[in-house]
Design a protein around this ligand. Sequence first.
Ligand code: IGP
Length: 357
Amino acid sequence: MSNANEPSLHCLPVHQSRVDPASAADESQETALKTKEWEIGMLQDEVAATQGIRIRRRPPSGPPLHYVGPFEFRLQNEGNTPRNILEEIIWHKDTEVAQMKEKQPLAKLKKYLDSAPPTRDFIGALKSAYERTGVPGLIAEVKKASPSRGVIREDFDPVEIALAYEKGGAACLSVLTDEKYFQGSFKNLEAIRSAGVKCPLLCKEFIVDAWQIYYARVKGADAILLIAAVLPDLDLRYMTKICKMLGLAALVEVHDEREMDRVLGIEGIELVGINNRNLETFEVDIANTKNLLEGERGRIIREKGILVVGESGLFTPSDIAYVQDAGVKAVLVGESIVKQSDPAKGISGLFGKDISV
Ligand SMILES: O=P(O)(O)OC[C@@H](O)[C@@H](O)c1c[nH]c2ccccc12
């Protein structure tokens, strides 16, 4: 569980070991802290597992030397290989964020918040696009590459693509900021924001720590992504509250029934994305959107007034019509439009009509 208001135990300075009694006390305190930190990590993964979450936050490590806790805990050092690509990304993100936090602690980030320009209404933009066009509001994704597809667009100019999307009638944009797996960056997000693009911007990042939400806000995001396959309920609750406080929209992404049911049980969630791509296996099936909106779940979603976004694997006007019939009022599309030489034309091709203003 991440708490932005408390310093991470990762960041505690490592003391040099000397032999005087004072430093021996320091050392035993440090061992105690390390043990505590390790135990908390184990417990977090256990809580997450009870919610059906298979992604572990960081590689399992053996207990610190001289550990005397429960025997089962001592047995759980099961090797340091991620079980799938999502888990690999999350483990990498965990170390990356720890380093970024060290360079720019939360207290420093918070100073920039005072001078940050106001956020733009992400959900409002989707709703008015839907009303204006009669088709789902488009979140167009600025995406150079992905682990499943490799490089999607070679001559990648993020600002040019963003401007073309806006011209083509996108309601909002999604900008990938992960560098290692998606060849994105926060520089792209900042560049798009300062190029005068008016569409609200989603920071497409793998969030594992509340610090990242503040960082996204400072870098010009209007919305962030929270992945239910990665974040336990407590994190989803806590992080959506931080978003409200910062004026950001939270797009909470689910892929299966269990994740959808968890999310529907949490108060205050207004925007839910159904990912048609399984992030563990890369399989894509747009019927997933339909399945998750059927019956009782669809009823609860309508009752709560949640706006649903159909995500991934949408290529043709009939794909759009299919997810619209299933009940989505917005779609998130990357590959099919980013790879067109003119992304604005890609948008009219995707919807089968011109949706520009
Ligand atoms: O390129 P596609 O198939 O149109 O997909 C876009 C978007 O849905 C996809 O990039 C995505 C959905 N959820 C994510 C989470 C992380 C990274 C990427 C994603």
